[in-house]
Every structure is written in C-alpha cells, then in structure tokens.
Design a protein. Structure first.
Length: 124
C-alpha cells in the first residue's frame, strides 16, 4: 500500500476524513475494497454517484430527500409535534428508538454561545 500510487494515497486521505477512521483504518478498508474490486468498489462507486446526483437537503426542514420528490415535511402526513435536532445522526437515533412520531427540524449544527458572546463584545 505504500508504493506511492497517487490514486490510493488520495483514497486513504479521503477515507481518513470520515468520522471514526484514521489512516490505519482507512488503509484496511481500501485494502478490503481493492481485494473485492468487482463486488465492492463498483457497487460503492455507483451508490455514491447516485447519492451525489439524487439526494439533497430539504431547505425547509434540513432532512434528506430525493431531488425529484416532495420532502416528508411537505407531505400529507400531519403531526402536531416537531422535534428540533442538531444533525441527521440525532434524528436517526430517535427514529431507531421508535419513541417519537412527529416532524423533525434538523439544524445542521449548533452555535457556540460563548463564541457569539465574544463576537458581540468585539462589535462594541
Ligand atoms: Zn423537508
């Protein structure tokens, strides 16, 4: 793996950016992919291309949706509750626990209140 193939090095760099993966884990994954090129690389590349092309964030609720479909927040299903979460992972945890039935609003991150306070102070 260390024979300086630029494509492999780039792949290691990209995989290392994923949460929970460092360069060693990335190398193990890439080795697995290379050893199963037809069964894993091709389907993975196709899936990534489909997600890149067809999946977008809803500008209303922040959830993921198919580019050519109406988001669940605009569907006929009406709930009286809305759960505001920081990110998609939070929504998936709540969904998998099956403890909540309602709409979601995904913020896509949070602001550090201390940072904002510091910025406000600097404007004065
Ligand atoms: Zn939506």
């Amino acid at each position: 793996m260390d024979n300086n193939i630029p494509e492999i090095e780039e792949l290691i760099k990209q995989f290392s950016k994923l949460p929970g993966l460092g360069p060693k884990s990335a190398k193990r994954i890439i080795l697995k992919l290379i050893n199963n090129k037809e069964n894993m690389v091709k389907p993975l590349a196709q899936s990534l291309a489909k997600v890149y092309k067809n999946v977008v964030r809803c500008i209303e609720c922040g959830n993921l949706k198919m580019i050519d479909k109406v988001c669940i927040c605009s569907s006929d299903i009406k709930y009286e509750k809305i759960c505001v979460v920081e990110n998609l992972a939070d929504m998936w945890v709540i969904e998998s626990a099956n403890i909540y039935k309602g709409h979601y609003h995904i913020l896509g991150g949070t602001l550090n209140s201390n940072e904002n306070f510091e910025k406000k102070k600097s404007f004065n």
